[in-house]
Design a binder for this molecule. Structure first.
Ligand SMILES: [Zn+2]
Ligand SMILES: [Zn+2]
Length: 333
């Protein structure tokens, strides 16, 4: 079956164009997904600037409309799309640690076509079925927002299995807010938040965080989650973490992550935890987190827009007016 599908092209310098493509029969082992929801991610801003040879968009929820040979996923399955195209056979994948795949080559929306389109073909193993009681506009937050946040906290928990009384989250964008929302489920007592943008900070407070006070003094927190990627924030994290504590380094920016060997750094005994996305083995547990916290996050973060409104949505997103615009298909259930 062929499918006619409108999709976005990022031309660079902030320009977005649309094209109508004819998708041929679905390849072996793949499924064709009607994109019901595709969220914009801060990292997409890089592609907006640079342009992209593939269709961007990597926070995708949708419905299977066609399948290739050797696929047992039924047409009509609702799912979210797991972006790392993992091999499924290496020792990491075999242990369920698909985000640690030793043969990871492609990310959906980065090296192969993603979700700023009416349809996208993905490997069947990258489609994670969504339970019936979780709506797709909430399920999509199980990817970069809650999936990534929860995995980072699970990795960190191995360093401090008894939890901590207080943590600091630096950067209250969608991922930082995901951390704020689910931290309690991982043994964090109270969360302070810092963000120079008042609206973002207010949203963190609305989700249960306290606005952080003065961050000039050393040794204030046993856990610091750095989500902004800014050099100054990384410096702050290193300063306010208490010896014996941990810094979770989640913020991604084009700036190099440097650890200047200052006297303070040399005499601080602590963990630095860096995580990537989440393994598929955590998805079941993440549905429970979304049942508890998904609606609160969705209502505060997401703004539904249509695919045709993508250029305007990006402009507002870049300007900081929107937290997380989501392209919602008019055909979405
Ligand atoms: Zn993302
Ligand atoms: Zn693998």
């Amino acid at each position: 079956m062929t499918t006619t599908s409108v999709r976005a092209r990022f031309l660079g310098d902030g320009r977005i164009d649309f094209e109508r493509a004819t998708l041929g029969p679905v390849a072996n082992g793949q499924v064709r997904v009607r994109v019901d929801v595709c969220a914009l991610c801060g990292s997409d801003k890089r592609l907006l600037r640079s342009g992209s040879p593939v269709v961007p968009g990597h926070e995708i929820a949708g419905t299977v409309v066609d399948v290739g040979a050797d696929v047992t996923v039924p047409v009509g399955t609702r799912g979210i799309v797991y972006i790392p195209v993992f091999c499924g056979t290496c020792r990491r994948c075999a242990a369920g640690r698909t985000n640690q795949c030793l043969h990871l080559r492609e990310l959906i929306g980065w090296q192969r076509d993603g979700g700023f389109a009416e349809h996208v073909d993905v490997p069947a193993r990258c489609l994670l079925p969504v339970p019936d009681d979780v709506p797709l506009d909430t399920a999509v937050l199980g990817l970069d927002t809650v999936g990534t946040a929860a995995h980072a906290l699970r990795l960190w928990q191995r360093t401090q299995p008894d939890g901590v009384d207080r943590a600091l989250v630096i950067g209250a964008g969608p991922l930082g807010l995901g951390v704020v929302a689910v931290a309690g489920a991982f043994g964090v007592g109270e969360v302070d938040a810092f963000d120079p943008h008042e609206g973002r900070l207010a949203t963190a407070v609305d989700l249960g965080a306290r606005a952080a006070g003065d961050l000039a003094a050393e040794n204030q927190y046993d856990l610091v989650v750095e989500v902004s990627g800014a050099a100054a924030a990384r410096e702050t994290a290193q300063r306010v973490v208490a010896p014996g504590g941990a810094v979770i380094a989640l913020g991604e920016s084009d700036e190099p992550y440097t650890m200047p060997a200052t006297p303070r750094w040399r005499r601080t005994d602590c963990y630095t935890v860096r995580s990537f996305y989440f393994p598929t083995s955590e998805v079941e547990a993440n549905w429970d987190l979304l049942r508890d916290h998904g609606a609160a996050l969705r209502d505060r973060l997401t703004v539904p827009v249509t695919l045709a409104e993508l250029p305007d949505a990006f402009a507002r997103f870049v300007a900081g007016d929107y937290f997380k615009p989501c392209i919602v298909s008019e055909d979405a259930p």
